[in-house]
Design a protein around this ligand. Structure first.
Ligand code: NAD
Length: 386
């Protein structure tokens, strides 16, 4: 299968380019020769085959996890950076060989429409900013990949989908687990009937939120920027997994919130939330997320023939899968993959081949709609039909 080419071992890494070396690859066109074609553009699109990405927001996830993985892709390269901090942007521009003329800030971001080096804009900002920057990128005529959760409200999600449709650009939500071999293997086994008829799923995600210690935890406890607490940030992985594992859409949600409001971290967003999803086939998914429990992420899928456990299930690396059946408890041999490279190449391929991304905006909207119903259920103390 296409996605399995992104193994972490046996990966052939292209030699790292220094900024000066990257510059040498371009043919410099004399500015006075206005009628000549832009050969740098030909280099990007024809010879190199890589599409240019603008990274919007140079925070923890972008700089530590995602940007370093561009070197493992086949069709992607970083060609522009968007940041409120010029010094930070310059540092990363040098590291990734980005032309300094392709550094933008949040004010002049819209002028990116004139930049032919940029095909795709990747939004890695706090959740509450996803809608604005997705819409601005679409209006600039750029394809968009946006981090999860898609946005803070259903209305925002819909306006993002509409803007991308109107601009006729591709739109993808960065649900990396859809491009990760252990999760793909789990889906495959379930679809093939290896577990028998699926009865229930349990899934839990947690971490201890420490805004005093980590800069990137600060906005996560601000309702306007985060949209909510542990469910928006972490519980979305379990919710999304329950949907892709069953291949069904839930018909009802019941949720219970447990938040110590005297804890200064939880003045605006929830700490723990427990939610139960009912699916049309009768499957029940029992999920929790927490901002005050030791960090784990796992799920268990119970069938009438076998049970499948992934622990961790939705980490960046280091996944484990076990099958429990009459044959005992078997650790499954699955090769770890590079979900980031697979995900980035997926949107690039969708742009090149005019295909709809597997995790399009509609997928993100479905999760946000269910999350909003979970909050409503917790507040009103009743199940909410979906
Ligand atoms: P972060 O705080 O490290 O990065 C956010 C960036 O936005 C920073 O560069 C910050 O300077 C910038 N920013 C601009 N305006 C801001 C404002 N008003 N307040 C705060 N920051 C502002 O956060 P992060 O952990 O990198 O998360 C960014 C996005 O990525 C979020 O949507 C998050 O859910 C998502 N994320 C996804 C994964 C994943 O596995 N797919 C993992 C972590 C984070």
């Amino acid at each position: 299968m296409f996605l399995y080419k992104y193994f972490t071992s046996n990966q052939e890494e292209p030699p790292k380019k220094e900024a000066s070396q990257a510059k040498d690859d371009f043919i410099i066109v004399n500015e006075s020769q206005e009628n000549l074609p832009d050969l740098r553009d030909l280099k990007l699109h024809d010879e190199d085959q890589r599409l240019g990405f603008a990274i919007v927001g140079l925070g923890e996830f972008a700089t530590v996890e995602m940007m370093p993985n561009f070197k493992n892709t086949s069709y992607c390269k970083i060609t522009a950076l968007v940041s409120g901090h010029a010094d930070k942007a310059q540092k990363y521009a040098q590291q990734y060989g980005v032309d300094p003329k392709n550094i933008y800030n949040y004010e002049n971001f819209d002028t990116i429409k004139d930049n032919k080096d940029v095909d795709i804009v990747y939004i890695v900002l706090p959740n509450g900013m996803h809608a604005e920057y997705t819409i601005r990128a679409a209006k600039a005529g750029k394809h968009v990949i946006c981090e999860k959760p898609m946005a803070n409200t259903v209305e925002e999600c819909q306006s993002m989908i509409d803007a991308c449709k109107e601009a006729n650009v591709k739109f993808m939500i960065a649900y990396r687990c859809h491009y990760e071999p252990f999760n793909l293997d789990a889906i495959d086994r379930i679809r093939k009937g290896e577990l028998g008829k699926i009865k229930q799923i349990t899934a839990d995600t947690s971490m201890i939120i420490q805004p005093d210690k980590y800069e990137y935890h600060k906005w996560r406890i601000n309702k306007e920027l985060a949209g909510g607490g542990s469910l928006m940030d972490l519980g979305i992985y379990s919710l999304n997994a329950a949907r892709y594992l069953t291949g069904e859409e839930p018909i009802e949600i019941t949720a219970f919130e447990s938040t110590d409001k005297s804890d200064p971290r939880f003045k605006e967003v929830e700490d723990r939330i427990h939610y139960i999803l009912r699916f049309p086939s009768g499957v029940v998914a029992n999920c929790t997320s927490s901002y005050s429990s030791f960090g784990v992420n796992y799920y268990r899928v119970f069938g009438d023939k076998a049970c499948l456990l992934l622990d961790p299930a939705t980490s960046y690396t280091g996944h484990n899968a076990f099958k429990v059946s009459d044959d005992g408890r078997l650790q499954l041999s699955i090769q770890e993959g590079n979900q980031f490279a697979a995900e980035l190449d997926h949107i690039a391929e969708c742009v090149k081949e005019d295909k709809t991304p597997k995790t399009a905006g509609e997928e993100g909207l479905k999760d946000v709609r269910i999350i909003m119903a979970a909050y409503q259920s917790a507040q009103e103390g009743r199940p909410i039909p979906l």
